[in-house]
Each structure stands twice: as C-alpha cells, then as structure tokens.
Design a protein around this ligand. Structure first.
Ligand code: FAD
Length: 289
C-alpha cells in the first residue's frame, strides 16, 4: 500500500525507523527488533540508507522482509549525493521487483572523512524529480524537513527550497529530531502560510543516554531545551535514571503533539524495540483511531 493512501485514511499514524547493520549478527538483531516492533502494528516501518556505503544493499533487503515476513508496509530511504543515475536506477528496479511502493527521498550528508565522487544529483528535489520521471506514480514519495532549519541554509531559504521540493511531488514529510515542540508548532504555521498542506510527521527520538545527545547535537541543529538540560545534568552519572527520564520526556512530547493534531509520530528506534514499545504503551497512540 502507498503511504500517501495511509495518510488519506487516518488522522494519526504511527511509524518506526530502523537502520541496516554492518554485519550478519547485526542483521539478526534487526530482524528480532522488527519482530517485536511489528506486534505493535504500526502503519509502516522505515529503513535508512547507509551514508557510508557498505550497508546500502541491505535497505531493500530489510524493507522487503518487513513486507513479506512482518506483513507491514515499508518505507525505504534513498539518498542521492555522490550517486550516479545508474545506481539510483538499480535501487529503483530492486524496490519495484520487491513490491516496495514507498521511498523517503533524501540528499544525504557529505562525508567528513573523504572526498565524495561527483554524482548526478545535488539536492533531494532532483532525486524526487528523477524518480517521477523514470517511474511516474509508481512510488509514494516522502521527504525530510527541519523544524529549526537545515544547518547548511538560513531559515527562509530553507523554507523556499522545501516548497520547491514538495512541489516536485512529495506526499508526506518526516522531521529531523526536535526536543522542543514549540519549534514544530511555529514551523507548521509557516508551512500553512506557504500552502504546504501535505501530512507533517514528527520524528521523535527518545534520548536515553548521554552519548546519543552528543551525536544528535553534532549531526543536526537541534536546540536542547533548558528542561532537558536539567535532566541531563541531574542524571548524567546515573544511566538507568537518565534512561527513564529521557523516556518520560519523549512520552510527554508525543502526548503534547497528539493533543495538537499532529498527522503522524515516527519513532527513531535505534534498533531498540523496548523503548519504542514503552512509548506506544504509555501514549496509546496506536489505538487512537
Ligand atoms: P535537501 O532537501 O536536498 O536539502 C539539503 C540542503 O540544501 C538544505 O540546507 C536546503 O535548504 C538546501 N537546498 C535545497 N535545494 C537547494 C538549491 N536548489 N540550492 C541551494 N540549496 C538548496 N541520511 C542518510 O544518509 N540516510 C538516511 O537514511 C537518512 N534518513 C533521514 C530521515 C529523516 C526523516 C531525516 C530528517 C534525515 C535523514 N537523513 C538521512 C539525513 C539527511 O540526508 C540530511 O539531513 C541531509 O543533510 C539533508 O537531506 P535532505 O534530503 O533534507 O536534503
């Protein structure tokens, strides 16, 4: 089923994200994670596309497994930076062969440790146009957005480029992690004024250890609210308490978003199903409809 149709039929969706591992042991762990997550009956599960290159082939494999073995809809991420059209063509063929109907079309990040070979795409918008040109309406396409703006571009330009990206043929948008819902609400107002009316999904990552927060702040421009900083300071030497506090924070965030009519909650599971399950249990979002 196309995710565009899921958003048409439901006022609130719940989805999960997993990432492909580097080795066979990791693959078993992901499959185990998927088996647990699927019991929650989410609307779909997404699979990231490895920026480093060595896990790229696994995205389609895992997305296929989600459909066939877990009986759920899957969303395959696809990045284009540094890619030639031939590579994208191969992935599209593979997705089609496996009956995967949904793509999260992304640019990807520039690697910090090596030069990137010149590819055929500069921005996600070009990938979206390319997929539509090659495959028509075969795929339902989602894209990324940033409630605090993307770190490479100022806020206004970023909104302008987002509008261009959506106009290229995007059915839904999933956000980068944010920890302060007020950024989301003010961003949603701006999109309304720009007449961007497609479903906006909130990407929520329960921060359950100090390492994660460092990673988040280094990867994206995400403001750490005072309330959250206090939690970090209070519990940094007590990992179990920090885990519980981080989980409680994410639950509060989700409840507030649902009360404010969010279209969808997308949980970044980090391949750890227990935390996602606790959020589902505490918020009741899957039984919402
Ligand atoms: P774009 O929409 O292309 O935007 C990138 C930057 O370029 C922005 O600053 C934008 O304002 C600017 N821009 C756009 N068009 C133009 C233009 N015409 N001229 C000048 N500037 C322009 N990364 C992975 O490697 N694998 C994944 O699986 C993955 N999954 C993700 C899932 C989600 C939900 C999110 C939010 C991010 C994900 N990422 C992933 C990270 C993503 O690849 C990075 O955030 C990347 O830096 C931007 O990707 P994008 O698709 O948003 O890029």
């Amino acid at each position: 089923m196309k995710i565009a149709d899921i958003y048409k039929s439901k006022s609130l969706t719940t989805s999960f994200e997993v990432f492909p591992p580097n080795d066979k042991v990791g693959l078993e762990q992901v499959y185990n994670c998927l088996d647990i997550l699927s019991l929650e009956k989410p609307d779909y599960i997404s699979v990231t596309y490895g920026a480093g290159g060595n896990t790229k082939g696994r995205t389609v494999e895992i997305a296929d497994r989600i459909k066939r073995q877990n009986g759920l809809e899957s969303l395959a991420h696809l990045t284009c930076i540094g890619a030639k059209k031939e590579e994208i063509d191969r992935v599209l063929e593979d997705l089609e062969k496996n009956n995967i109907e949904n793509i999260l079309a992304l640019r990807g990040d520039y690697p910090v440790d090596r030069e990137l070979e010149k590819g055929d795409f500069n921005y996600a918008r070009e990938l979206i146009e390319y997929i539509h040109k090659k495959k028509g309406d075969k795929f339902s396409i989602g894209a990324a957005y940033y409630v605090e703006g993307h770190r490479e571009t100022n806020d206004i330009l970023d909104l302008f480029y987002l509008k261009e990206k959506v106009n290229a043929g995007v059915d839904f948008l999933i956000s980068q992690i944010f920890l302060d819902n007020e950024f989301f609400y003010s961003f949603r107002d701006k999109l309304e004024k720009l007449q961007i009316n497609i479903p906006l999904v909130a990407g929520i990552m329960p921060v359950t250890n100090a390492k994660q927060i460092k990673k988040i702040t280094s990867l994206c421009s995400c403001t750490i609210p005072k309330k959250f900083l206090k939690i970090l300071e209070k519990y940094e030497d007590n990992p179990p308490a920090l885990k519980e506090a981080g989980l409680a924070y994410a639950i509060e965030q989700v409840v507030d978003l649902v009360a404010s009519d969010i279209n969808g909650i997308h949980l970044y599971t980090m391949n750890k199903p227990e935390t996602a399950k606790k959020i589902i249990d505490a918020t009741g979002i899957i039984r919402h409809e």
